[in-house]
Design a protein around this ligand. Structure first.
Ligand code: NDP
Length: 335
């Protein structure tokens, strides 16, 4: 059983040295357990938080412990009355080939044409984009919705669902190729490259009636560009701040906290953070049904960035924090 453990805690950007590949015997299930074979491992930005021991909504990964992560697994042997050999399940078994489970937290996937979608558009990221937008963003037809990391797992769902609600949707993404995909394939009205020097002016031009919903995935310079464009009663689902995850200190420059507070007050902006499974966990099965229907009708498009082999996971994860992925990042471990 090959597994990747946390070797040390990163300072700033993670490096290959923070991870270690280990080999151990394949575990044997006892009564009430199943043995899971990982087919696909999800790589997600929140894992950067688990590598750190700063206080957060979840416990950090211990040094020497297997890296956490959602997986799509096949039940290869079962001593559990509710799970049969050969079944596909969504699990939280982490960066390893095999794992034991007592069944708690396993979600049966049935017959999915593309099982890895349970880690992306049908999984935690899709659930996050859909629920954060609808519950906190409350988009209305005709409003302008802006989302960054727009070609990614969460952002792609946010924008497409907002289009289905009749909104004008503006994405922000890194580079011309991602922006072209966001407009031409995902159907956003516009997409701005956040590497462009005049990104704030381009964003303002793309939002002639201001911004009603800003779905926050990145923070930093993108939020600075969004803030002056927000309309009265704008809603901001605060989902992620990926531009800050490797930061070791607050950014230099003038303190703009009072500017932010003034805007929130005068415009009566509602900004709410959320952690998807902590806040909305029980709604996942309902989301799964809804999104399965939208996919069956081709109303939602998705893109997967698939890398091969467990040993490729650390470099792919390091790249995710720098925008090297194009679509939902998954690692394939087996067929
Ligand atoms: P993505 O598939 O979108 O991949 C991450 C993307 O972030 C990169 O491809 C890159 O896209 C963008 N990015 C990285 N650095 C920067 C930067 N400095 N400035 C602007 N963009 C940057 O990831 P996910 O869809 O999985 O996650 C998106 C966000 O949602 C993350 O912040 C994540 O933490 C958050 N999240 C929160 C959840 C919650 O429960 N609150 C649950 C799931 C995700 P590009 O090249 O386009 O810049």
């Amino acid at each position: 059983n090959r597994r990747i453990v946390l070797a040390s805690r990163p300072v700033g950007e993670p490096t290959a040295a923070n991870f270690r590949l280990e080999t151990a015997p394949i575990p044997v299930p006892s009564a009430g357990q199943v043995l899971l074979r990982t087919l696909y491992l999800s790589l997600d930005p929140y894992m950067r938080g688990r590598m750190s021991d700063a206080k957060s909504y979840a416990e950090p990964v211990a040094i020497g412990a297997v890296m956490v992560g959602a997986t799509v697994c096949r039940v290869v042997s079962s001593q559990h009355p509710d799970f049969a050999e050969g079944e596909l399940v969504l699990a939280q078994s982490g960066w390893q080939d095999y794992a034991l489970s007592d069944g708690a937290g396993l979600f049966r996937l049935g017959q999915l044409d593309q099982p890895s979608l349970a880690l992306g558009v049908l999984g935690m990221p899709g659930f996050t984009g859909y629920t954060g937008l609808m519950d906190i963003g409350q988009p209305k037809a005709g409003e302008t919705v802006v989302v960054a990391a727009a070609s990614g797992a969460v952002g792609s769902v946010v924008g497409q669902v907002a289009k289905l609600q009749g909104c004008r949707v503006v994405g922000i993404a890194g580079g011309a190729e991602k922006c072209r995909y966001v407009v031409e394939v995902l159907g956003f009205d516009a997409c701005i490259d956040h590497h462009a020097a005049d990104m704030p002016a381009q964003l303002a031009a793309a939002c002639p009636t201001g911004i009603d919903v800003y779905f926050e995935n990145v923070g930093g310079a993108v939020f600075d560009a969004v803030l002056p464009l927000l309309n009265t009663k704008a809603r901001i689902p605060l989902c992620g701040l990926i531009s800050q995850y490797n930061a070791t200190e607050l950014p230099d420059g003038k303190d703009r906290l009072s500017l932010l507070m003034t805007q929130i007050l005068k415009l009566r902006i509602r900004m709410q953070g959320f952690i998807i499974f902590n806040d909305y966990g029980p709604r996942y099965p309902e989301f799964f049904q809804t999104m399965s229907g939208l996919l069956a009708e081709s109303k939602i498009k998705f893109r997967e960035d698939r890398v091969q082999g467990l040993e490729a996971a650390p470099a792919a994860f390091i790249g995710l924090l720098k925008g090297k992925n194009f679509g939902k990042l998954v690692v394939q471990l087996a067929d």
